[in-house]
Each structure stands twice: as C-alpha cells, then as structure tokens.
Design a protein around this ligand. Sequence first.
Ligand code: ATP
Length: 516
Amino acid sequence: MVQPEEIFKKLISHCKEYGFVFPSSEIYDGLGAVYDYGQYGVELKNNIKKYWWDSMTLLNENVVGIDSAIFMHPTIWKASGHVDAFNDPLIDNKDSKKRYRADVLIEEQIAKYDDKINKEIEKAAKRFGDTFDEQKFCETNPRVLENRAKREELHTRFAKALNDGNLEELRQIILDYEIVCPISGTRNWTEVRQFNLMFSTEVGSTADGAMKIYLRPETAQGIFVNFLNVQKSGRMKIPFGIAQIGKAFRNEIVARQFIFRMREFEQMEMQFFVRPGEELMWFEKWKQTRMRWHKALGLGDKKYRFHDHDKLAHYANAATDIEYEMPFGFKEVEGIHSRTDFDLSSHEKYSGKRIQYFDPELNQSYVPYVIETSIGLDRMFLSILAGSYVEEQLEDGETRVVLRIPPMLAPVKIAVLPLVKKDGLPEKAREIMNHLKFDYPCQYDEKDSIGKRYRRQDAIGTPYCITIDHDTLVDNRVTIRFRDTMEQERVPITDLGSIIADKISMKNLLKQIAEI
Ligand code: ATP
C-alpha cells in the first residue's frame, strides 16, 4: 500500500505539474514557505472563497462583510496583545543547527502514542473480525492501557507547561522523553526561547520620522477596529457578525508541509458580536454550523474532528479547532474561539474611544462579546486536494490520477472535446462551448487522443467531459463522460444544462447547510 507521505509528495508535484501551486520565485531557487497559485489553483481558491463568503453573508441576514487594509496603526497590535505575546517557543539542535517549535516536537511525541494505540486497535479489529468490541478492548488490553497512561501523563505535563509559559519545563519534557532531532538524530538541544512572529516594515521616509508598522498576522483586528463603523452605518443589532477574507503574514520558523504553514497566507474570518453571558451558547452554535459547512463538501465525515485547546489564548474563554485528516495526520484547518470582550475593551483602552453598543432591549450599553470563526484558505485548499487526489488502477491495467474535487468547487466544470480536428467537429464544439461558457467555466481541447484528453481533465478535476463526434452533426447529441465513474452517456445538447447544473450548483451546497 502507498504510504500517506508518498501520496503527499506526489500531490505536491501534481500541484506544480498541473498549474495549481508553484513555489514562489522559483527561477531564483524559491523563497521559503511562500507559494504562488497557478491557473487552476486560483480558480479553486476563488470557489472556496465564494462558498465561504456566501455561507456567511447570504445564509445569515445578520452577517456582513468588509475588506480592511493590511497596513494598520501599530498601536492596534499593542492592544491586541500581538506585540507582547504573539510568540512561538523555539529550540535549536546544536548538531544539525535546525530550529524547531518546542511545542510541535512535544505534540508529535503525543501523536506517536496515539499511533501506537490505533495500530493495536487495527490489529485486534482484523483478528477478531465482526465480534470485535473496541471499547472493551481499549479498557482491557495492557499495551493500549500502558500507552494511554503515558500519553495522558505527557499531555498533562505539556498543557501545564504551556499554560504557565514555563520554557524550562518545555525543554525538560523534550529531554525526559528523549525526543531527538529528525535530522541529526541527537538530543543536543539549546534552551527554549520565545520568538515574535510578526513582520515589520516602515511607512513614510526616514526624514519625516518613519513609523514602524506590522504586516497583519490575522485579519480579525481589521474587523474589531471597524466595529462601530459597521454597526452604525449598517444599523446592525446585536447579535451580528462581520466577515472578511484577506492576506495575513507570519514569520513562521518551522515552515514545512507545503501550503499548510506559510509566511504569507489567506484567512477567512468572521467575528460574531453577542451579548455578554450569551457567548458560550453562540460558540456552540457556530461550532456546529462550521462543521456542517466542512462536511457538506462530501470528502468524508470521518476526516473531520474537533480538537479542544489545551492552552487558551490570552483573549479566549473557550476554543476549539476543526481538524482535517491530512496525509500527515489530523491538523487544524479552522479555529473557533470565544474571544470574550478582550479585543474591543482593549481597543477602547488604547484608543481612548468608547466602543460600546446600546442594547435597546436591555436598555443598557456594553462592550459586546465575540465569537470568532477563523479558517485558513490555503489549508482548506490543501485539505480539498488531499481529500480529492486518487490514483486508480483501471481494469485495462492502466492507472489514472484523478482529482475528485467537489464539482461545485472544481476549477473547470466542463471540457469540450471534438473527437477529431476536422470535418466540422471543432466548429460544432466551439458553438456548444459558446453557449455553455456564460454559465460554466469550460475548457476547449482538441489536441491528442480522446483518452489522453480525458486523463488531462481527470488530473485537474473536471467533473464533465463532452465529446463531439460525427453523429453530433446529424443528431445534435454528444457523449458526456462523468469524471468519478468514467461512465459515458449520449445525450441531446439541449439537455446538457439540466444534467450539469444541479451537480455543480453552489446553491445546492448552501441549501445543505442552511437552517431553514
Ligand atoms: P497553528 O497552531 O497551526 O500555528 P494557529 O492556531 O496559530 O495555527 P490561528 O491563529 O487560529 O492559527 O489562525 C486561524 C487559521 O489560520 C488556522 O486555523 C489556519 O487555518 C490558518 N493559518 C494560521 N497560520 C497559518 C500559516 N502559517 N499558513 C497557513 N495558514 C495558517
């Protein structure tokens, strides 16, 4: 069986070969942890954005969008806590000279115990077949019990060290658990130090006294500082939300795993403002709503899980992640946080402006509480590709690589293919395409054999191929081929719209998650 790491490597080269994602500045040997999206990548990304944006602003009358600037007044980052507390605990291996996040090294150790436990369960499930009782097995098997106890012990110690901000203890855990550097294989570690992740630059010329500003590490603050503007100009009543999609920048030190952790990335964030005391109810609601959004894509419900935070950020009173099973394990794709009134109160304090809401029902003013849903667009993109990439063994002994991208998100929806490059077939194909292209992104292709063309479309995830042959000129019928089943059907040209429209309609996707 092909290992997930192997598949991941193949996926990365597939992304490059087929115009989804390129390493940035490649002709200059690249720039670490920065990537460019190619011709199909940008379409997929735009479709994900639209799915998210519409699910927020169309399905919720009380959620509106904004687009705030990346540059902001530097005091904003003081108020938000990022100048003082947006740090990662770093540790260096003295032999390989490689730098790691201490918390990530320990989390990987915890994941090793999970793997061991899962392997025991899998083995036993195979041995016992239908009679297997997983719960009983886990409660009695000595190896599972031992690994569970070890995991729990490490987890408790780790969570305490994080919450106490105890860097020495983080290092001690790494030593006690004999965690080695994956490159040098040694345990020759430095102390753990804190490292601020914000990029800074200057605005204005030095002669005028330039001001140091930061590239925003999250889009959320642009929403908070516009809270009053939107609330007043839109006459918004609490509860209401503000959504935003935009770039964020973090000087990530351990930037591996392709577009999972980048230095320049995109976030889709929504801040939902509520009455104090009602935040945990809304937190639960948004948790469920957001999970529905993910699962509606049909990549498999088992691939998602919630992961509650061990350490709450300085602003939060509840937090969970939605994790997706990437080829390198379950990883955070989205964070849902109950941010209390931390941000608005802090901006009140630092700006000296009153940032409150008068609640006509309660007849009182207060600083609203906030529930945040924050999803990384690039991570979402990666989860979709990882969940879609399949290498299939076909009956004729051939293999095909197919991206089973949910049809509503596919970059190209329809490929229009004349069987041969003559006899009026290209003209007929163009005629059909000219008709379809206003509703669906189409691609015309007449080069190579039809089989090769099908493979090319499979590789970019096109859900439908339409082939125009000599009979088409007589009977106005075409062959439609379905990406996932490879089945082919002969249908009248006039039926194409109705066959395709439903399957690729964003509306149907939105209806699945709407609470009507
Ligand atoms: P991590 O623990 O992986 O560093 P985080 O908890 O710091 O992530 P948040 O600050 O909650 O992340 O950001 C919200 C979302 O933004 C994340 O769920 C993730 O999808 C995305 N994100 C954060 N950092 C990056 C990055 N460096 N590259 C790509 N996406 C990112």
